[in-house]
Design a binder for this molecule. Sequence first.
Ligand code: PEP
Ligand code: MG
Length: 750
Amino acid sequence: MPDRTESDSRKLLRRLRDSLAVPAKGQDRLDTITHLIADSMGSEVCSIYLFRDPETLELCATEGLKPEAVHKTRMKLGEGLVGRVARTANPVNTADAPSEKGFRFMPETGEEIYSSFLGVPIQRVGEKLGVLVVQSKTARQFSDDEVYALEVVAMVLAEMTELGVFNGEGDAMRALHRQQVMIRGTTGQEGAAEGRVWLHEARVVVTNPVADDPLTEIERIRGAVGQLRVSVDDLLAAESLDKDQKQVLEAYRMFAHSRGWLRRMEEDIALGLSAEAAVEKEQSATRARLEQVPDAYLRERLHDLDDLANRLLRILTGQGRDTGAEMPENPVLVARNIGPAELLEYGRKLRGVVLQEGSVGSHAAIVARALAIPLVIHAERITAEALNGDPILVDGDQGIVHLRPDDTVARAFREKIAMQAEAQKRYASLRALPATAKCGSTVQLLMNAGLMADLPSLEGSGAEGVGLFRTELQFLVRNKMPQRAELAALYARVMDAAKGRPVAFRTLDIGSDKVLPYMKPQDEPNPAMGWRALRVGLDKPGVLRMQCQALIRAANGRPLRVMFPFITEQSEFQAARAHLLREVHRERSLGHVVPEKVEVGAMLETPSLAFAPEAFFKLVDFISIGGNDLKQFFYAADRENELVRRRYDTLNVSFLGFLEQIIARCRDTGTPLSFCGEDAGRPIEALAFAALGLRTLSMRPASIGPVKALLRRVNLDEVKAVMDAARRGGADTVRPALMEWLSGVDGAGM
Ligand code: PEP
Ligand code: MG
């Protein structure tokens, strides 16, 4: 068999394309295609295996093997030569297939008479769709040109599969994007939602994988790469880049200027692919190569290259981010990652959010929480699996996503949503009632907020005020430093909405994971323990003072409550308080109205502050325990790190003992104390805190109902007795004892 020429390949691709122009059933099309390929490659056999599910391949069409085997012969990923091609995403080329390691004999196909075997993956941008195989009787190795040509054909098949031209008949004919998928991720925000996928970055659709005129396509690809290079150079020329951004862009530039990249795409075009299909083919090949690389740095570069290829595709197809597609009803946003400002722009119209990456404490997660939208993060491969408009169920409680669910799953899920709605109704009936336990103690329940969007919850949840207003969100969602007047207007609206209920404004808490886009990021070895929150505020007091002024003006004579984050020792609180009082004084001397009362509090977020001198406790007007940070420093376990963040229980006796000490010191000094970390919103934790003597808890609005319902059912003295008994018994954590006791409490239903 002579080596293939470029024109052979082009002719074959054109015949493949033309076969699509004829109306036909999916199976007939596949049959025609295997026939065309076998004929063009001069081989006796051509077979197409497609994935039936992510682990199983099925023979879907063949020219040369026994037709009875079609839709019968199946193999697992990694099984036999076909399975090997699929698993490694690399070609297998052998003159003597039966003697090849891993060969599996499948008698029903009649393939034993064929000696040589060439299989290449059918994949689209790293997504495995199937395997294309040619076989012949003569024992011979296929040439590099033939391997390459078959890869190009496989690319066209992948595009066709993606376009759905083989759908319609037989289970295995369903494209992967038609099948039900369950993805297990991590909870970002609890809650359940049903809706339809809305991709934040729509996939580029390539409708013309085959091109007639290679010269035109080569001109197009060169022009597009030229534009891409200019755009990367422009990005690099921007002045505001930090070191990391520069490094990433340098890598982009290196890829964009890589001669090999352009040359390979030009070779693909010469064989008959369109410019777009050539970009995707290279993207797939690089992904397949790099996905085998365990090195994290190289995998990061995979993202860069991917991003670059996507940019190139957008230049070529003219498809911007906005593809003109209409957002479905009940949209569930699916994205690799998203910034807080972008998420806020979508706002409450979203039913849920699913991110492939993201982290629990990321800004997007904070915004999703503020908007009370169920969020699942770390949902692997979701951006590759999901298509715009796909039905999707988001289970924020379990951190699970069901894409294109079948009826049984959807029905069970709807029941869960209905039960939650039922519970919400029950909580709503408690709205106006106090959180008074059976022993007569009342716990004040406040809510955490950070956006104007939160404030309607004040009425809805029955919160008695805002125990923590995180002011940094207003800074994070903008691309430049907000002005004093803007902030003053916003804080005033917050106070208006609170209608006289207390609102504790926490001053800017940036650094650590919260980096302002317009501030030069610091290159710190351990940002959570670095230059963050009030440490920045005191070292560069311009912003802190501006924020204090804005708060004073917003109060416009009303009482003002301010708290400073991340106080580690008394002197920091004294300095911050002095800044605030100086601004009050200054405003007064300028003739402005000042607040009728100013209360200044400290957030206790590092263990050191619990041991501050008594004078500190006497100086502060109130203390709020920032349990998220306090716990991470108490246990030395990063709150962002999935490997450790769940390792230590809040109800561990050491942590409870520590909280008891703080409660005792506040009681002895008459200092009002509250708890505003996430744990305050978890019913069992809230119960334990209340039993230890905490009388103010601040939490997400959605948690107020469940926490109140439970508090009203129990006697806190009994809760305390259960905890004490567990502690005396030498338990590490009081959780099991509490759970067991609660199971016997009428209506607690744990
Ligand atoms: C905390 O640390 O518990 C807290 C409430 O602050 P943040 O989560 O914003 O750090
Ligand atoms: Mg904190």
